[in-house]
Design a protein around this ligand. Structure first.
Ligand SMILES: [Fe+2]
Length: 267
């Protein structure tokens, strides 16, 4: 199985300050082209939240248009910049999004089962996994305790060391999520977005990793307390590969074309 994770697309309307700064739609189109050109072809794409920037229907329509050329299935998740109702309205043919309440679901037709969580607190930058959402996760894991499973949520369930992002991170349910994961032996890892950087650690005894943004990245500054910087580091995504005999391996893939410096044939 090959699963591509993209995150923090932040699709913005033309002329908006973020679109001028980060060319969000253009960058997503580059990602779509690059994913379509991958060989072997991925089984699908999961987008781990902050799909748009201002919760506008017009942005979700722009997102839909930009994703349309994608030749593999895509599963959408909510982040703190998303609106559940607007997302469901524009992507009304994405049945897995449900009709109301939290946008959480499972993907059961891949070799690895995917569980997408909703860590949004509407109107807030920080995220939460309340008892209702944690119970839903526990129920899903209990239903298929023997299948290899990956868990996705927008807010990373760990402290990154970047002060302002941690202050606006997963403020409720972090320890409880780690405890749920630790109770099941079939969770391969937990994958997030939100921090616009690649960061990895362990949570509940399994790998935990964040996906960079398809658009703008945050600067790595572990000393600053009064803000964050946006830097021109390259957009990237994650490629999660899984085979029964070698397990889960995750690659970071830059969303740009780089020249080949040498092509070396090996015996
Ligand atoms: Fe974001």
């Amino acid at each position: 199985m090959i699963l591509i994770q993209i995150s923090d697309l932040h699709i913005s309307d033309p002329g908006e300050p973020l679109d001028q700064l980060a060319r969000t739609t253009e960058r997503l189109a580059i990602a779509v082209d690059q994913i379509n050109a991958m060989s072997p072809r991925p089984d699908g794409v999961i987008a781990s939240g902050d799909l748009v920037n201002e919760c506008r229907t017009s942005e979700y329509e722009r997102l839909r248009q930009t994703l349309a050329p994608l030749q593999v299935p895509v599963w959408l998740m909510v982040g703190n910049h998303d609106a559940r109702d607007e997302l469901r309205f524009v992507f009304d043919d994405h049945a897995y999004l449900g009709d109301s309440g939290f946008v959480h679901y499972t993907v059961d037709d891949l070799p690895v089962r995917l569980i997408a969580l909703d860590s949004q607190i509407p109107g807030k930058t920080a995220g939460a996994l309340c008892p209702t959402r944690l119970q839903w996760l526990e129920d899903q894991l209990a239903a298929q305790p023997d299948r290899p499973t990956m868990i996705f949520l927008h807010h990373p369930p760990f402290r990154s060391g970047i002060d302002r992002m941690d202050a606006n991170g997963l403020t409720e349910g972090r320890d409880e999520l780690a405890a749920v994961i630790a109770r099941y032996g079939n969770v391969l890892g937990v994958y997030a977005g939100h921090v616009h950087r690649p960061i990895s650690t362990m949570v509940g005894g399994v790998p935990a990793q964040t996906c960079p943004s398809t658009a703008h990245q945050l600067g790595l500054d572990l000393a600053r307390r009064d803000g964050v910087t946006i830097v021109a580091e390259p957009p990237a995504c994650l490629m999660h590969t899984w085979q029964p005999d070698s397990g889960l391996v995750t690659h970071q893939v830059y969303l740009a074309t780089y020249p080949v410096l040498a092509d070396i044939k090996l015996a």
